[in-house]
Ligand binder design. Structure first.
Ligand code: NAD
Length: 372
C-alpha cells in the first residue's frame, strides 16, 4: 500500500503529517513524501529517504498510485484539483466548520477519516491527535504568557529583595489547560484553575494547582466533554469569575465545547479590571475566543493589558507537534491496514466514529445535515 504525504499549503501551517522516524514504523507501507513537505518542521528530504521513503516533487505524481493520503489540515480546493478519485484521507477535518471541503472530497469518491472525531476512549489514546496537539498548545500558551508578562513567574529571593510568584488563572482544564497548568507550575507560578466539569478538580489538584470552586452546576456532556452552556449560565459564570480574573497576573483560557463557537468567559470590562501589565492568552482564538476582545493571531491592548489570541499554536512548535501527530497517524493506520493491504474494519468503534465519508457517501450525520 502506498501512503502519500503532501506538503501542507494552508497559510501558517508548518507541521507535516509524517516524520522520518515514524516512516520506518509502518510495516508493509510504501511511503512517498512531497519534496520539502517536512522543511518547515525541520525534517529534510534526505532524512525521509534515509528511512526508506521516496521523495516526489509534484503533487499529482505523489498521489499517483497512492491509496492513503496523510495530512494535518484538510486539503484546499487547489490541492483537490490534483486528487484522483477513490483516495483515503487521514487528517484533521473539523467537518462542521468546512462542510464544503467534505462535499468536494465526497465528489471525488474519497473515504475520509477525521482525527478530530476520535472517541476519547483508552484504546484510542495512542492515536489521539487532538490530545497530542492540545498538549503542545497548552505548553506554548504558558510560555507565551511568561514571555509577555513584565514580571517573573517564580518566587525569587535575591539580595535585592524578594519577588512574589506570578498568579496564573487557567480557565478550562482539558488537555491543553492541564498542560498549561503543568508548564506554569514548572516555571514557578502560583496557579489557580477552573473548569465546568467536576472531574477536572482532581486533575488540577494533582498538578499542584488550586481548583476554583464556583457555586454553579457542573456541565458534563457526552464523551467526557463539556456540554453547551446557556447564556444565563455563562453570564453567571462571568460574574463569579470577575474577581478571580482581576486578581490574576495571567489568565490563560482554553474553554471549548465540541462543534460550537468557544464560550465568551472574559469580557472587555473584566480585562479592564486587571492590573497594568497583566496578560491574557486565549487558546480558543481560532474558534472565536474565550475573551471578548480576542483577535486570532494578534495582540490586542486593553489599557495596559495585552490579550494574545494564539492561532494554531501547535504549528509554532512544528518539530515535536509533527512528531507526535505522525505517531498518532501511524497508530491509526494500524487499524486501516492489514498485511500491507488497505482493509478498514468499519465495525471497529474508532474506525466507524472517525469516518466522515465512505467511498463518496457522507456518513457523518451532522455534516450531512449541514450540507442539506
Ligand atoms: P475541549 O478542548 O473540548 O475543552 C477544553 C476544556 O474546556 C474542557 O475541559 C471543558 O470542560 C472546558 N470548558 C468548556 N466550557 C467551559 C466553561 N464555560 N468554563 C470553563 N471551562 C469550560 O476538551 P479536551 O481538552 O479535548 O478534553 C475533553 C475531555 O476528554 C476531558 O475530560 C479530557 O480529560 C478527556 N480526555 C480523555 C482522553 C482519554 O481517555 N482517553 C483523552 C483525551 C481527553
Amino acid at each position: 500500500m502506498k501512503l502519500a504525504v503532501p506538503t501542507e499549503t494552508r497559510p501558517g501551517e508548518r507541521r507535516v503529517a509524517m516524520v522520518p522516524e515514524v516512516v520506518g514504523r509502518l510495516p508493509g507501507v510504501e511511503v512517498a513524501v512531497q519534496a520539502g513537505a517536512g522543511r518547515a518542521a525541520h525534517f529534510g528530504d534526505d532524512a525521509y529517504q534515509e528511512r526508506g521513503a521516496s521523495v516526489v516533487g509534484d503533487l499529482a505524481a505523489l498521489l499517483e498510485g497512492a491509496e492513503v493520503v496523510a495530512k494535518v489540515q484538510p486539503p484546499t480546493p487547489e490541492e483537490l484539483a490534483s486528487w484522483p478519485e477513490g483516495l483515503t484521507l487521514v487528517s484533521f477535518l473539523a467537518p462542521l466548520a468546512q462542510p464544503e471541503v467534505v462535499q468536494a472530497l465526497a465528489d471525488r469518491r474519497a473515504t475520509v477519516f477525521s482525527l478530530d472525531l476520535l472517541p476519547r476512549i483508552s484504546r484510542a489514546q495512542a492515536m489521539d491527535a487532538l490530545s497530542s496537539q492540545a498538549t503542545v498548545a497548552g505548553y506554548r500558551a504558558a510560555l507565551a504568557a511568561a514571555e509577555l508578562l513584565p514580571k517573573f513567574f517564580p518566587l525569587l529571593m535575591t539580595a535585592a529583595g524578594t519577588v512574589p510568584p506570578a498568579k496564573v488563572l487557567v480557565i478550562g482544564a482539558g488537555v491543553a489547560g492541564l498542560q498549561a497548568i503543568a508548564t506554569a507550575r514548572r516555571l514557578g507560578a502560583q496557579v489557580r484553575a477552573y473548569d465546568v466539569r467536576a472531574a477536572a478538580k482532581e486533575e488540577v489538584q494533582s498538578l499542584g494547582a488550586t481548583f476554583v470552586e464556583l457555586p454553579l452546576e457542573t456541565q458534563e456532556g457526552a464523551g467526557g466533554y463539556a456540554r453547551a452552556q446557556s447564556e444565563e449560565f455563562l453570564t453567571r459564570q462571568r460574574e463569579l469569575l470577575a474577581k478571580e480574573v482581576a486578581a490574576a497576573d495571567v489568565v490563560l483560557t482554553t474553554a471549548a465545547v465540541p462543534g460550537r463557537r468557544a464560550p465568551v468567559l472574559v469580557t472587555r470590562s473584566m480585562v479592564q479590571q486587571m492590573a497594568p501589565g497583566s496578560v491574557v492568552v486565549d487558546l480558543a482564538a481560532d474558534s472565536g475566543g474565550n475573551c471578548e476582545v480576542t483577535q486570532a493571531g494578534q495582540d490586542v491592548e486593553v489599557g495596559e493589558v495585552v490579550v494574545r489570541g494564539l492561532s494554531n499554536p501547535p504549528s509554532g512548535m512544528p518539530t515535536h507537534a509533527s512528531f507526535l501527530y505522525a505517531r498518532n497517524v501511524a497508530n491509526f493506520l494500524a487499524l486501516l491496514v492489514r498485511d500491507g493491504q488497505l482493509a478498514p474494519d468499519f465495525g471497529d468503534e474508532i474506525v466507524n466514529s472517525t469516518c466522515v465519508v465512505r467511498q463518496g457517501e457522507v456518513l457523518h450525520g451532522p455534516t450531512r445535515e449541514a450540507l442539506g
